[in-house]
Design a binder for this molecule. Structure first.
Ligand SMILES: Cc1cc2nc3c(=O)[nH]c(=O)nc-3n(C[C@H](O)[C@H](O)[C@H](O)COP(=O)(O)OP(=O)(O)OC[C@H]3O[C@@H](n4cnc5c(N)ncnc54)[C@H](O)[C@@H]3O)c2cc1C
Length: 360
């Protein structure tokens, strides 16, 4: 019998386990292998691996600093924004920490106190509520396990099985499929490029340098021939001077984009949802790490202070996070409406003037 079972040991689940691990009897289950610092044979989370300022702030508040072996080069302070429709390019200053996402997740799991049971390679299948207890089922190496817990937490990402099994009337956020390919490059430019092209997607595409690789990614609606669009995107970028060497890796993942606040669901009864499982992710940039940290912290406080009414307290604790999503909704038209984006980029607001070395 556990006090809390957390399904998913990604940034949200591992943070909750770290915050509460010494106070409650906790089990974390994850289908990935998150314990050892090797990614061999593992299913990697598809991610840009950029720690944005809001996520940095949360790490700072937690008193954490990222170890050197998790960083990849170059560190990035520049966003190169390319608007294909309006044929405008601008550079903006923004500070990211560039990491190896797989190592980052494993580092967060390594911070979970030893009192917590962490089971990897285990797939959560479902749960039922019997006399105020939650009975859940997971499968590991072909064997089925049944576990009882007082609180169940779904931290199982965009396609959350916990959320699916919970009978709630909250509609699912808009769902994209993201594709990333990693190309060998001799020298990549130290920019995070964000590419806006309505012919590819109504969201955005990106390039991110990772040591000797350049990642090209996009997020498109699943039924809109995602890979064909990805290839068109690559060709368009090549014609704009981008160089992509041989492809050494490809991955993909679903990505949520909450368009309305009622698509964010914090849970019901003694079943709570955190991180992307709840729909906590920026609808304008797809930055999700800060939301995972903040929602895990909000739930940790609710479990500690209002064990009799966890969901209502967690909902209250996330009021600011909802306001933050509203702010991102307000900003979105200036990024995703072709006409407004043209005005915003042409105005030069916040842009950086790049210095051409040959001129200097
Ligand atoms: C292509 C892409 C690029 C992104 N780039 C960035 C970025 O650069 N910066 C940023 O801040 N955010 C980025 N995001 C968003 C960010 O990755 C997510 O918001 C974040 O990972 C959410 O964390 P989480 O812990 O909620 O879920 P996840 O990180 O998805 O973790 C969920 C965990 O649950 C496990 N799991 C799922 N189902 C089961 C099951 N049935 N049984 C057992 N275990 C299960 C998974 O194995 C996984 O470990 C990106 C997302 C995508 C798709």
């Amino acid at each position: 019998m556990y006090d809390i079972v957390i399904v998913g040991g990604g940034p949200a689940g591992s943070t909750l386990a770290r915050l509460l691990g010494k106070k409650f009897k906790i089990l974390v289950i994850d289908k990935r292998q998150l314990i050892y610092m090797t990614s061999e044979g593992n299913f990697e989370k598809c991610c840009g691996g950029l720690i944005a300022p809001d996520a940095q702030l949360m790490l700072a508040k937690f008193g954490l600093g990222i170890p050197q072996n998790i960083l990849v080069g170059p560190q990035l302070f520049t966003v190169r924004t390319i608007d294909i429709q309006n044929n405008i390019e601008q550079y903006y200053q923004r500070h990211y920490i560039n990491v190896d996402r797989e190592k980052f997740d494993k580092w967060l799991v390594s911070l979970i106190p030893p009192e917590v049971d962490v089971v990897c390679g285990a797939i959560f299948k479902g749960f039922e509520i019997i006399n105020n207890n939650i009975n859940l089922k997971y499968i590991q190496q072909g064997r089925e396990y049944n576990i009882n817990t007082k609180v169940l937490v779904g931290a199982d990402g965009a396609i959350s099985t916990v959320r699916k099994k919970l009978s709630i009337d909250s509609p699912r956020p808009k769902t994209y499929i993201s594709i990333q390919e990693y190309y060998k490059v001799d020298n990549s430019l130290p920019y995070f490029s964000s590419i806006f092209d309505d012919d590819i997607t109504d969201f955005y595409s990106w390039t991110i340098p990772k040591d000797d690789l350049l990642v090209l990614g996009t997020a498109v609606i699943p039924k809109n021939k995602p890979y064909e669009r990805f290839i068109v995107l690559k060709e368009k970028l090549i014609s704009r001077g981008f160089e992509f060497g041989p492809c050494v890796k490809r991955n993909g993942a679903y990505l949520l984009r909450p368009e309305r606040l009622n698509q964010i669901c914090v849970g019901k009864g003694n079943v709570a949802l955190i991180g992307e499982a709840a729909g906590w992710i920026s609808p304008s940039s797809a930055e999700g790490l800060s939301y995972s940290f903040r929602s895990a912290y909000a739930l940790a406080n609710a479990i500690l202070h209002r064990p009799d009414n966890i969901i209502d307290e967690y909902y209250r604790n996330t009021n600011k996070l909802r306001l933050n999503i509203k702010w991102k909704h307000f900003k979105s038209p200036f990024m995703y409406n072709t006409f407004l984006r043209k005005i915003a980029m042409k105005s030069g607001f916040m842009k950086m003037d790049m210095i051409n070395h040959e001129v200097v």
